[in-house]
Design a protein around this ligand. Structure first.
Ligand code: GLU
Length: 257
């Protein structure tokens, strides 16, 4: 058992576009179940969710991710609304209220914006509201281009001083090489400051609806771990096990605080 998970007071969970949109829209409910159970044991939970573009696509009669930025932003504007609605519908079963927080990496560098965001997050958590964060895609496009909110999730973890960041994706762990290749082995534990020299990364694949991959996850994990947040990389399908402290996924040890 990972007691660092069950003891965590403040947890940021990040979920990617392909895990909660299209054919996987049904994963919202079990994800919310797992968040609600962490919330019920007293943890403060922040969800960083991508999926605005992917959720908006059918409303714009698009069957593939648009390639131009303006249409991506339009899809995100439509999809963000639907996405929050879906989360709130599901959270209602637990009488949990969501708060929508749209941020940019730049906001977290600007001292005034940063302290505004920090104050708002603290108050939301103090009120037992579940903040749902996404990139503000109308004014920023970093996560649209590279990362599907992985970096944003690390920056949010640092902003709120999270004990734990759970990065969820379609893959159940970090592997020594792309998981579909022969000989790929899952990595259970990454010591702090380990350079992961033996790990070979593949292409992120242009076919999907998001933009993240193992590379952006490792970069985000290192950023958060460096700021003192433990990081757990796990699959969305295993979120309940991950949040109840079962030894699933890849654990990144944090820097000593
Ligand atoms: N903020 C964007 C979204 O939620 C980023 C994810 C992406 O690249 O699709 O859709």
């Amino acid at each position: 058992m990972r007691t660092a998970v069950t003891d965590a007071k403040r947890i940021v969970v990040k979920v990617g576009s392909s895990s909660i949109s299209g054919a996987n829209v049904g994963q919202i409910e079990p994800l919310v179940d797992a968040l609600a159970s962490a919330h019920a044991r007293g943890a403060e939970v922040v969800l960083v969710s991508s999926g605005a573009i992917a959720t908006g696509m059918p409303y714009l009669q698009l069957d593939a991710r648009p390639s131009d930025l303006a249409t991506q932003q339009a899809a995100a504007a439509v999809g963000q609304n639907v996405l929050i609605y879906r989360y709130q519908q599901s959270l209602r079963r637990y009488k949990i209220v969501a708060g929508q927080v749209l941020l940019t990496a730049g906001d977290l560098e600007n001292p005034t914006h940063r302290s505004n965001a920090q104050r708002a997050m603290e108050r939301l958590l103090g009120l037992r509201i579940l903040p749902i964060v996404n990139e503000n895609d109308t004014v920023a496009t970093h996560e649209i281009r590279f990362g599907d909110n992985d970096r944003l999730a690390a920056l949010v973890s640092e902003l709120v001083g999270a004990d734990l960041l759970v990065l969820l994706s379609d893959v159940d762990a970090l592997y020594t090489r792309p998981p579909h290749e022969p000989g790929a082995k899952p990595i259970a534990h990454v010591p702090f400051a380990d350079d992961l020299a033996g790990v070979e990364l593949g292409d992120i694949g242009a076919a999907g609806v998001g933009t993240g991959g193992a590379g952006t996850k490792i970069a985000a994990a290192k950023l958060a771990a460096g700021a003192g947040t433990a990081v757990l990389l796990a699959s969305t399908a295993n979120v309940a096990a991950a949040l109840s402290g079962e030894p699933t996924g890849t654990w990144f040890e944090p820097a000593p605080r």
